[in-house]
Design a protein around this ligand. Structure first.
Ligand code: NAI
Ligand code: MG
Length: 480
């Protein structure tokens, strides 16, 4: 695969701008380990330029655009992305590694997300508050201003748009920093936004490293809100970086999510959902089912059926459209291999996988990997591995299942498979997480809020909650 045609430039104020230092880094195709494109390694100076452009647009041209015109522009952006569905999916597959089928699904999700926010742009209404005849009191919902969006590499376009679209719908302007592992689709997004008519400076993209461009962006005094998706470790740094200026913050961090199966569950459905929930996007999903909690009476049969299905999954480069592509990077592969070693050392039983596939000597591939005989306190049962590696654990009672499910630092999602509505609702009440899914996985959609508790972060994205992240309430009171 030859190098892609990409200007080695940032997208600032509607133009391609080289970084001031002219330093670059390379984005690599994780299936081949070959270089795809060079992109600028932005520093604080470049970030400042982008934030200034966003600020100028916020107080200038963008402030003159009515809410319904903002919605129309977003709708046009959705249509332009729809019409370039294959091209964008292929770019995402090259840069991230995921199977083309999944990348196409991501682009469809991006279109839906933008359309949802387009429709909401002119429905962001305040309240009138009854205070008696002597005072008129009402609220306005005002955009925050310039917002910073720091996104990871697992759904490069999907996670970018999940926060950028509502910020634009709310009337904010944006500086987006994609992950260094997968910067290309964000740059494409910005140039498409320009093509459909977004004013210059409304959507800016700076590529660069987290500690450098990311930290400078988050710290920038003119940035009025920050949305971050990524690791809990980096999330803590972002909190520290924004503490001084007291910036509103949305943090979407990791998960160690339990998929809980009871004896009365539809086992076929549970197994087939679990395959998708564990191995989709090669396990690199914050809401992946990385822990299988199985009632002891069905544990043996479940693991048997699960491993049989998992062993038939095809590991292949994303463009060949198998079931699992490569992991994003050499670092992530090594991290996963370290966890596999740690699981073996702690005495877990490796039921499937654990190695790089022999037929793929190049690329960051890993076999679907299943551990059994896992103790809930082992590292592989507590920490986010972010790879196609799952741990299966038995339980005997409802109380034990809830305790194991909750006894991790994270609290993003959990799922329960049972025919017993009373049990399902009890679990929904007692599970400490942002979303509970019953008899299904990856439920909800662009309309439903998503986010975490505990080390999974705070704030909610998607739905109307996702737009309110970018609005502040102003109360106006008039004495008559
Ligand atoms: P990371 O959290 O370090 O990177 C995510 C984004 O944050 C990137 O755009 C990066 O450039 C930026 N960043 C890093 N340090 C920063 C800083 N000091 N200031 C501002 N921005 C900064 O994640 P990483 O290191 O790529 O992955 C490590 C682990 O994190 C994964 O194995 C996985 O467990 C977890 N992770 C979770 C994700 C999720 O969706 N919840 C996404 C990506 C990673
Ligand atoms: Mg990092």
């Amino acid at each position: 695969m030859s190098k892609l045609e990409f200007p080695n430039a940032l997208f600032i104020d509607g133009k391609w701008v080289p970084s001031a230092r002219r330093e670059s880094f390379e984005s690599v195709n994780p299936a081949t380990e070959e270089v795809l494109a060079s992109v600028p390694r932005a520093d604080a100076h470049d970030v400042d330029l982008a934030v200034r452009a966003a600020k100028k647009a916020f107080y200038g041209e963008w402030s003159e655009v009515t809410p319904s015109e903002r919605g129309r522009l977003l709708y046009q952006l959705a249509q332009a992305i729809q019409s370039r569905r294959e091209e964008l999916a292929e770019l995402e597959t090259l840069d991230n590694g995921k199977p083309l089928r999944e990348a196409l699904g991501d682009v469809d999700g991006v279109v839906q997300t933008i359309q949802y926010n387009a429709g909401a742009a002119d429905k962001l209404q305040g309240d009138t508050i009854p205070l008696g005849k002597e005072v008129v009191d009402f609220t306005w919902l005002e955009p925050l201003g310039v917002t910073a969006h720091i996104v990871p590499w697992n759904f490069p376009l999907g996670i970018a748009v999940r926060s950028v679209a509502p910020a634009l719908a709310a009337g904010c302007t944006v500086v987006l920093k994609p992950a260094e592992e997968s910067p290309l689709s964000a740059l494409r997004l910005a140039s498409i936004a320009k093509e459909v008519g977004f004013p210059d400076g409304v959507l800016n993209v700076v590529t660069g490293f987290g500690e450098e461009a990311g930290a400078a962006l988050v710290r920038h005094p003119q940035v009025r809100g920050v949305t971050f998706t990524g690791s809990a470790e980096t999330g803590r740094k972002i909190v520290a970086q924004t503490a001084e200026a007291l910036k509103p913050l949305v943090l979407e961090l990791g998960g160690k999510n339990a998929l809980i199966v009871f004896a009365d569950a539809d086992l076929e459905r549970a197994v087939s959902d679990a395959i998708e929930a564990v191995f989709g996007n090669c396990g690199q999903v914050c809401s992946a089912a990385s822990r299988l909690l199985l009632h002891r009476s069905i544990q043996g049969e479940f693991v048997e059926r699960f491993c049989e299905r998992a062993s038939s999954l095809k590991v292949a480069p994303g463009l060949e459209n198998g079931d699992l592509g490569p992991l994003i990077s050499k670092e992530q592969l090594q991290r996963a291999q370290d966890y596999i070693r740690s699981g073996l050392q702690e005495g877990a039983e490796l039921r499937l996988g654990g190695k790089r596939p022999a037929h793929l000597p190049r690329g960051y591939f890993l076999e679907p990997t299943v551990f059994e005989a896992v103790n809930p306190q082992m590292r592989i049962a507590q920490e986010e591995i972010f790879a196609p590696v799952v741990v299966a654990m038995p339980f005997d009672t409802d109380e034990e299942a809830i305790r194991i499910a909750n006894e991790v630092d994270y609290g993003l999602v959990a799922g329960v498979y049972t025919q017993d509505i009373r049990r399902a609702m009890t679990f929904a009440q007692k599970l400490e997480c942002g979303s509970v899914w019953i008899n299904g996985w990856y439920l909800g959609g662009v309309q439903a809020p998503t986010g975490g508790v505990k080390a999974s972060g705070f704030g909610r994205e998607r739905g109307l909650a996702g737009i309110h992240n970018y609005l502040q309430i102003k109360n106006v009171a008039i004495k008559l």
